[in-house]
Design a protein around this ligand. Structure first.
Ligand code: 7TS
Length: 421
């Protein structure tokens, strides 16, 4: 095997510890009570909570800046355009893209992947291959499946082992066929928490002549991401999972590739000029941003980046790593509990099943104790199938979660077993 799997070891020298109580005070919803209990919010992989600064930035836009962007000469339109484009620059810096033209505002990860499938995918020929992995979210499976049907291309899947780690020998073997045009992989699995060695996998794909899309939805909230270092051609993520608003996300794409792609959606803002005979398309990134965007969302995402940039992302990663380790150890000690996804490199997620109890029932008892988790297939049904289960209970962590909250989670799981077992 030519690739080492252990790509993200815990740093030995500890980053400056995260000031969790201070962080918690920035998130008003954490003071809510649910069913008579203090809220313990452990459904962060579905969506994270929002700090005051993000809430204020979106509300300030509507109170003082609201206008459409990229068109008006009046004061408010200029203010709104400036705020939106400043947000784009902040996000550029945060993921270390070299140009703001390489950042396309989209609705979220799902739209980002659909955009790439619809544009890059348009050049596929019959017999070409697309490689994804066995632990993808449905949004990184279905668009490729549809594309394969349209272009008579073939979908290939990198398998995983019983810990939920991708089998890199099999991946290399798939690439050797010489037909792979696109590789689309999650950076971090939402159902298992596995961190995939995407930098190494990208390099291998490039050597085989394929373009690479990384689904970073579950990575950007948990670790610093440098798109130039990863060298992926596309990197997609959602604002709402990284403390920003819903309905906004980013598709990063290398300028050279974006310039070569046909338009995605068409209409206003993505054009330079239109006559009934011919339309000249706009420059990047606007040529992929048809119509009035989620302006408040973009500005809010800029505020979320400010929030994270003021923290040490290594400290965030270390804190969450400790939470995952503690939750894993404590849950494993509960008779009847089995952890699903035991990769050596994990971020943010602990999925588990309890003998003879359906995950939905666990979730309902936990909710009565004020603990919010997600239960189900997590939009990753092939992952569930691989483990021979229909669903898991999933606790997913954010920078504001505490060890005390894990104690509450584990007590509540024991409570559920007492009631249901
Ligand atoms: N990719 C991954 C890895 C995800 O976890 C999700 C959402 C998506 C893509 C889609 O993101 P969206 O913002 O476009 O919806 N994952 C989850 C989850 O784990 N629970 O709810 C949504």
């Amino acid at each position: 095997m030519s690739v080492k799997h252990d790509i993200a070891p815990m740093k030995q020298h500890s980053a400056e510890a995260l000031d969790v109580p201070r962080v918690r005070s920035d998130f008003p919803i954490l003071a809510e009570r649910v069913n008579g209990h203090a809220l313990v919010y452990l459904d962060n992989a579905a969506t994270s909570q929002k700090p005051v600064s993000v809430i204020d930035a979106t509300s300030r836009y509507y109170r003082t800046q609201n206008a459409n962007i990229h068109r008006g000469v009046h004061h408010l339109s200029e203010e709104a355009t400036k705020a939106y484009e400043v947000a784009r620059s902040k996000i550029r810096g945060w993921i270390n893209a070299s140009l703001t033209q390489e950042l396309i505002f989209v609705r979220g990860t799902t739209e980002a992947i659909n955009l790439v499938a619809a544009t890059l995918g348009a050049s596929l020929r019959p017999g070409d291959e697309i490689v994804i992995s066995a632990l993808e979210h449905h949004s990184n499976i279905v668009p490729w499946q549809l594309l394969c049907e349209q272009r008579q291309a073939r979908l290939r899947v990198v398998p995983m082992n019983d810990r939920g780690e991708l089998l890199l020998d099999d991946y290399e073997h798939l690439l050797q066929g010489g037909k792979v045009r696109i590789v689309a992989l999650s950076h971090v699995s939402n159902a298992l928490g596995t961190i995939n060695p995407v930098k190494e996998m990208t390099a291998l794909a490039h050597r085989a002549g394929a373009d690479v899309l990384i689904d970073g939805a579950q990575a950007v909230p948990h670790m610093s991401v440098d798109v130039q270092d990863l060298d992926a051609d596309f990197y997609a993520f959602s604002g709402h999972k990284m403390y920003g608003p819903t309905g906004v996300g980013i598709l990063y794409g290398k300028k050279k590739i974006l310039e070569s792609l046909p338009p995605y959606q068409s209409g206003g803002d993505m054009i330079k000029s239109v006559t009934f005979e011919k339309t000249i398309f706009n420059d990047l990134p606007f040529r992929f941003e048809a119509g009035t965007p989620n302006i408040a969302g973009g500005i809010g995402l800029g505020a979320a980046v400010d929030y994270l940039a003021a923290l040490d992302m290594d400290a965030v990663r270390d804190h969450e790593h400790a939470l995952v380790a503690r939750a894993t150890e404590a849950l494993e000690a509960v008779p009847g509990v089995r952890i699903i996804g035991t990769a050596l490199q994990k971020a943010g997620v602990v999925s588990f099943v309890v003998e003879n109890i359906h995950p939905h029932d666990i979730g309902t008892i936990l909710d009565s104790d004020g603990v919010a988790i997600r239960t189900g297939h997590h939009c990753a049904q092939p992952t569930m199938l691989r483990f021979g289960i229909p669903a898991t209970a999933r606790a997913s962590f954010a920078l504001y979660n505490t060890f005390e909250e894990i104690d509450v989670l584990v007590r509540s799981v024991r409570h559920a077993i007492e009631v249901l077992g």
